[in-house]
Design a protein around this ligand. Sequence first.
Ligand code: 4HQ
Length: 253
Amino acid sequence: MSTKFHVVTIFPEMLETYLGFSILKRAIRNNIVSVEIHNLRDYSPNKHKTVDDSPFGGGAGMVMKPDPFFRIVEALWPEKEKRKIIMLSPRGRLFSQDSAMELSHEEKDIIFFCGRYEAIDQRVSDYLVDEEISIGDYILTGGELPALVIIDAVARLIPGVLGDFGSTEEESFSWGLLDYPHYTRPEHFQGMSVPGVLMSGNHREINRWRKKQAIKTTLEKRPELLERYVLTDKDRELLEEIKEDNNELDRGN
Ligand code: 4HQ
């Protein structure tokens, strides 16, 4: 089973460029994921290849016509059971790491409809789309970046896409927490030093420090994430230490 993405867009080059680099490029070349990009204009029924028109009821902006979307689905994915059509929209369910994990297990072809202009004709959403997803509460000019964001986040969860790092121990160690601080050479740089514990070679102490830093960073920057995270006894001990450290700092020690 290899995860299969399709993107329907009027700007195929926007996606081709991003997918042609680095980890995604290698994953696609190695057939671990596949991404096919389809130009919606090729499915326009008229000779001018138009895909938009003015809105019924009046108003500013253009609306994407329904027929090219219905034609591409009929031509390429006629069986409803074998496809999952996702439309990118600020109205959709907010995308998260949990959504990425769910999609990484999807057996059906995952098809993204990328809108441009003001909107896509509502009948596309009503009759073709299985799920609307938003990547955040802001307005973009099109669905292409959201489709890339989702493909990127999902692909790196598929076994074999990242080397062997990142996947197993590392992520379960700090899953749900923000990352701990990272350092590399030089040890001393413009008067700034690397924390001594990282130079100690004591891997128990290093792991303990990293876990403590992950909890501390999460507490300071994204406390709402810590509320969802299930603390082990060890984590609780580290959290107490962090609070104790902060109290000492407050007292000026
Ligand atoms: N869009 N998350 C596409 C978004 C958006 C988002 C606005 C979707 C423009 C044409 N999509 N239309 N945020 O802002 O997914």
